[in-house]
Design a protein around this ligand. Sequence first.
Ligand SMILES: Nc1ncnc2c1ncn2[C@@H]1O[C@H](COP(=O)(O)OP(=O)(O)O)[C@@H](O)[C@H]1O
Ligand SMILES: [Mg+2]
Length: 342
Amino acid sequence: MSNHRGILGQKLSISKLQTDSFNLSVKISKLSNIQNTKLTKLYDTKRYIDPSMFSFGSEYEDMIPNGTPPFLDSGEKYVERITRALSYFKQCALIGPSGTGKTHIVYLVSELCRLPLWEINCGLQTSVFDLFGRYIGLGKENWIDGLITNWCRHGGILYLDEANMMKQDIATKLNPILDARGHMVLTEKDNEMIHRHRHAYLIISMNPFSAEFAGTKPINAAMRRRMSVWLNFDYMSSGKNVDKKEIQLVTDKAGIHWEIAEKIVEVGAKLREEYKTGDLPYGPSIGDLVNWGMLIADGASIEDSSNETIVSMTSDDLEVQDEVKSVIQKVFRYKSDERNGI
Ligand SMILES: Nc1ncnc2c1ncn2[C@@H]1O[C@H](COP(=O)(O)OP(=O)(O)O)[C@@H](O)[C@H]1O
Ligand SMILES: [Mg+2]
């Protein structure tokens, strides 16, 4: 051993030790926790999960979301409460209608805590093999871990969206992992036992209003018992309550005047109320309202832009579409008469 080049290109001189025979082992761990400082200033999650205390290695770096926008709330501190639940209990449940930011906030927590995100939509027909693993080809040589197995082994956040739609065979295999025992047994793979990684966290989410439409069932009792913390999400604006923060967000993201954004959010709030009472099959998210606004910013009329976006998005049933159109007409006609030309 003589001269070596260090990682920064400098020469490392170890000439004094040249006569000795020894093994030099150097471990270089890249400081991968390049944090979005703007985000970390907004949320106090570090006191619960401090990303400088662990590292998942570069192969999982791509699974950590990047550039997630802030989550707007009215001081409820949802981001911190989720992180607290994960640090104390390893798992929590988010309940709320579609479009209330559940997926958004999971991405945000994942980014803030620098945890790889493993995401499953339980409403899709994902098989137990995809999630737990399988042999590929003939013979027993080539086992491939499924998504849940990977999460259990390597850690991160497992996000089970629409958890109440989960098929029973998957729930049955998942439940033992969520216990204090915290391990899984791959019966298919000679009963290999995998202990739950110390940074393997779970978030499940559910939409309480999807039941009537999608024929979903309540979440299975075994899983319910294993969730210590339940957080309720709701739209920022709903019914008569129109939130100024939501108007501001639509104004900024769509690039339209406040007055138009205000009406868009007003329409959204009414449609969401009808969704909650079961009169409409869908309530628009902030994202849907922003999309509508973007078309208006591009010069489309209120009618055309809404037909192309939230009217069609709510349903393809013409009667339901008429109901949505009438809400839009009421909100816009009433105010647009005062301010010509909107
Ligand atoms: N409180 C919020 N702050 C910022 N964006 C939000 C909020 N709630 C919803 N959104 C936006 O609305 C859209 C739908 O949110 P999403 O997370 O997909 O809802 P969910 O998973 O509850 O159905 C996304 O574009 C999301 O960024
Ligand atoms: Mg979602």
